[in-house]
Design a protein around this ligand. Structure first.
Ligand code: ATP
Length: 368
């Protein structure tokens, strides 16, 4: 078990800053996902926590001990690069024993720990088998077993599911989450896949251009994005953004969009220019003449629902519609919103403008 704290962490490669001034508390026993687009600094942050890279500035503590400049072996943290890199010529038991023999763990302890891990992962019956002949799911469990048999204080995982096809990925997400529920070992997991992040994380840390933009639980990240980048990066289709006409004064409870008034949760801040944010599932189709005026450009089928692309004078909007409300392409409709679910952003800083609903939400993770 371990609490990992990073303070004002910075990493420069020559004159390029890969990670800038990052501070974060990774709570003991939590599954934390670092999420962001390619090149945003996720792996570099993870490598600094692992000791594979030293920071240019800042510090890292593990359970209160400063480990900033300790080597990986001195940190008692297991870095899992590739969950599926097993030794195919060895048996299952040998694969599980290998990391322990490498560390010089006594024979009796090796037997106990291998047995325990095999029991947790339900692979006791495979201990005598060769890895080469195993089915995919069993192979994955053995690979996971090899990571957890070391009983490290924390797991660090860098896109461990990256090479799997979609079906195995989902299965492995379920396995990993179940395992975490059981072991409660602090885990830091890097991915650029938001579905993986949502499925696995207690806490998600969204990064872009070397900066931590938001750290919170999946609910907070999805419903109360701290800025336009997070609002657009999370959710498919992404959050709709519409330009608000005129200033946004403190206390406002409605805004003007395309000459119509739209009710919003009471604002607790102000902005010279603002953007109204609405998730596609919070856009409502109304009879033509009510709300914003719109025309249905396209309707796409997604199995359980449809996504309608609506063209309004304020911009293009995507709306989730069901069988009952599915409009026809070319139809003129009115567009409304679930007021309580709307958010506002300052169009200049691109930061969230607080409102009664966002203020009521307490982020579940500390950063900054
Ligand atoms: P990806 O998913 O593509 O790996 P990432 O978010 O993990 O993205 P990092 O690997 O942390 O990103 O890289 C962040 C930036 O730092 C990138 O622009 C990368 O090119 C640069 N970088 C990483 N390692 C080095 C290095 N050793 N020397 C120079 N630049 C580096």
């Amino acid at each position: 078990m371990a609490e990992i704290r990073i303070r004002n962490l910075q990493k420069r490669f020559a004159d390029f800053t890969a990670v800038r001034d990052s501070s974060l508390v990774l709570e003991d026993g939590k599954f934390v996902v670092l999420l962001g687009p390619s090149g945003c600094g996720k792996t570099t942050t993870l490598r600094m926590i692992a000791g594979l890279e030293f920071p240019t500035a800042g510090s890292i503590t593990l359970d209160g001990d400063d480990v900033t400049y300790l080597r990986p072996r001195e940190r008692d943290i297991a870095m899992v690069f590739q969950l599926f890199a097993l030794y195919p010529h060895m048996g299952v038991r040998d694969n599980l024993e290998f990391p322990l023999r490498n560390e010089g763990v006594p024979r009796a302890d090796i037997d106990r720990r291998v047995q325990q891990v095999a029991s947790i992962l339900r692979i006791e019956h495979l201990l005598g088998s060769r890895v080469g002949g195993l089915a995919g799911g069993d192979r994955q469990r053995v690979a996971l077993g090899r990571a957890i048999v070391r009983e490290p204080k924390a797991f660090l995982m860098d896109e461990p599911l990256g090479t799997l096809d979609a079906e195995f990925r989902e299965l492995m997400c379920v396995e990993l989450r179940k395992l975490h529920e059981r072991l409660k070992t602090t885990t830091v997991f890097v991915t650029h896949d938001q579905n993986e992040a949502m499925a696995l994380a207690d806490h998600i840390v969204v990064m872009n251009k070397g900066e931590i933009l938001q750290a919170d639980d999946p609910h907070g990240i999805y419903n109360f994005p701290s800025c336009v980048f997070v609002a657009r990066f999370i959710g498919r289709p992404p959050m709709n953004l519409l330009e608000v006409r005129g200033e946004l004064p403190d206390g406002a409870q409605c805004v003007q969009v395309d000459g119509r008034y739209v009710d919003v949760p009471a604002v607790r801040g102000s902005a010279a220019r603002a953007l109204l944010g609405a998730r596609p599932e919070h856009v409502r189709l109304l009879p033509a003449g009510e709300g914003l005026g719109g025309r249905v450009e396209r309707v796409e089928y997604f199995g359980s629902h449809w996504i309608a692309e609506l063209h309004t004078d304020a911009g293009v909007l995507k709306a989730v519609v069901d069988k009952a409300t599915r409009p026809a392409e070319g139809e003129c409709v009115g567009v409304g919103f679930d007021t309580a679910r709307l958010v506002l952003f300052d169009a200049d800083s691109e930061r969230l403008v607080p409102s009664v609903t966002t203020r009521a939400h307490q982020p579940s993770m500390r950063h900054g």
